[in-house]
Ligand binder design. Sequence first.
Ligand code: PMP
Ligand code: GLN
Length: 399
Amino acid sequence: MSPDRPVLKPALRPFGESIFTPITRMAIAADALNLGQGFPDFDGPPFVIDAAVEAMRAGHNQYAPSHGVPRLRTAIRDAFASRYGVDYDADAEVTVFSGATEALFSTINALVDAGDEIVILEPFYDSYPACVAMAGGRARYVSLDYPDFALDVAALEAAVTRRTKAILLNTPMNPSGKVFTRDELAAIADIACRHDVLVISDEVYEQLTFGDAEHVPIATLPGMRDRTLTISSTGKTFSMTGWKIGWAIGAPPLSAAVRAAHQFVTFCSATPLQHAMAAALERADDYYPRFRADYAARREALLGVLDAAGFEVAPPDGTYFALADITPFGFDDDRAFCEHMIESVGVAAIPPSWFWADRRGGRTLMRFAFCKRVEVLEEAGRRLAGLRDACDPGSRRDR
Ligand code: PMP
Ligand code: GLN
């Protein structure tokens, strides 16, 4: 093929490289503390690792059933029923994917045809618009604004058209740290029911809520069980983001649709890791209280560090991210600020404008991850103490 003939299809060209890749690369090159990409700097629980080794030794090393290992599907069903009080059928209504990322890709590709629309609440996790574009669909955005990210119900209603296939929701929400209230979810449910559209609800941070914030799956609201696909995964909850075991829970017609796509995307997910994640979910009731307490301590540590460094922060109700305002440092461009922070004081974060369709909403913000050991967050604090001086116009190289 001639070198000047474009290879990448037009729908994907606007997206470029995911922001996680260049920032992680820069952080490694500068030997910076990486509070950017959201992965824990500690291992998940040893009993889960032991369960994976045992599964491999027991010969669970060939393809799994396409929908997932039955023991894992049952564990997912049981966990949802015991926490949220809604029952699903593990055979017909639970499907295992290679992470929430594949669940989202397969779901969107199963539902969206050329010209169909998906309503995305922004800021959004960066894979959503790319999935819609790859499926040939069109994304319509409803913006939620820093610092409280309250839902504008009228704007959501106005974004739903005759072409809308689904509303894509993320609660607890990356990167805002927002946890949708029951009232907001009821308003979304009301719109979904009246316009007869589906809801895809990404709940990967379901275990990460703080203070009085309560995670409510929208599928548990009246009228929503049969029009919602609830997507989650074990990456965050068990601190094994590299294992990529996720799932979607939904009524039989919805599950049949996502399975139709999934069988041709990965067919199935890593077999021994499915067994290990089944063991994890089966024993998780003893594990969650400690997990949540540890994250509450990490959140406090990060908020203290950012406050001492001079940031104004919107304390997150959920997820393991916090958004901070960078304007006190004299910057109005998040990417430039992030690169300056990496180079001058050796701390990396994520410029969040990549989570807004027009980039404007996040330009003056920075996303810090606190899925890191407290001593690492404290070391970040020592480094960030020098940030004000490093941002002094006289000492900045970029001005
Ligand atoms: N959704 C959101 C909101 C996320 O933050 C992430 C984190 N990577 C994912 C989906 C993807 O999850 P997984 O690692 O299970 O693919
Ligand atoms: N979900 C993680 C985050 O938001 C990272 C995912 C990724 O690297 N694509 O930081």
